[in-house]
Design a protein around this ligand. Structure first.
Ligand SMILES: Nc1nc2c(c(=O)[nH]1)N=C([C@H](O)[C@H](O)COP(=O)(O)OP(=O)(O)OP(=O)(O)O)CN2
Length: 205
């Protein structure tokens, strides 16, 4: 019987966000020391530099840094439809031009799930949904999953992403593949597309 192992890697980032509809303090722009943990599952690699590993922890860190740290650390995470979005647009996007700039950003977020801009407060990641811990966990799960498969040569599968917003509050997003919920019955690594990952020529699609 095939044996499967779990590995987990954590990173931390400092980032600001706000929850526009929150009726208490969280509608204010505020910061957190986020902790993000990615858990992967798979059989152990049988040869090469990853022998005995599901996926090299260093490779997983590289991918988490590229997807999460590079876009969010010491920056702001803002919903593209936030009622305050005008305040986060670049300073040259004034009045008549602002509507066009915002339309362009919304289109990009619709197509790519996010857009990184340099706004009046610096590094700002525009997102398709309100940046709650739950939505961030799903967002980062969807972005990391193909990277995990690529770096493990299709052996490992991202099982879940956990996002701690404070030391006491954590949200989890799990794979939606029902085969992987029934962990004892893990039958295969599903195939999928990696073509949207710029720079990756994996041949795994
Ligand atoms: N289910 C969710 N609830 C809340 C979220 C969220 O993302 N998902 N986010 C917030 C706020 O962003 C807030 O900053 C965190 O809320 P809270 O736990 O009230 O923050 P504290 O600083 O008081 O946390 P302590 O651990 O008690 O110090 C609100 N809710």
């Amino acid at each position: 019987m095939q044996e499967y192992h779990l590995i987990t890697r954590e990173i931390g980032i400092d980032a600001a966000h706000r929850i526009p509809h929150h009726e208490s303090k969280c509608h204010n722009l505020h910061g957190h020391r986020y902790k993000i943990a990615a858990t992967c599952v798979g059989p152990l690699c049988g040869d090469g530099e990853q022998t005995g590993m599901v996926l090299d922890f260093g490779f997983l860190k590289d991918e988490m840094m590229a997807e999460i740290d590079a876009c969010c650390d010491h920056g702001m995470m803002i919903w593209v439809d936030d009622p305050w979005i005008g305040s986060f647009l670049p300073e040259n996007a004034h009045e008549a031009k602002a509507a066009a700039v915002l339309r362009e950003y919304r289109d990009e977020v619709t197509h790519a799930d996010q857009k990184l801009i340099e706004g009046p407060f610096g590094k700002t990641l525009l997102l398709a949904s309100v940046p709650t811990a739950e939505n961030l966990a799903k967002h980062w799960f969807n972005r990391l999953a193909p990277r995990v498969r690529f770096r493990s040569h299709n052996r490992a599968h991202l099982l879940r992403v956990e996002v701690w917003e404070t030391p006491n509050c954590m949200a989890t997003y799990n794979t939606q593949d029902p085969d992987w919920f029934a962990f004892d019955a893990v039958p295969k690594l599903p195939s999928g597309r990696l073509s949207h990952l710029a720079g990756y020529d994996s041949g795994l699609s």
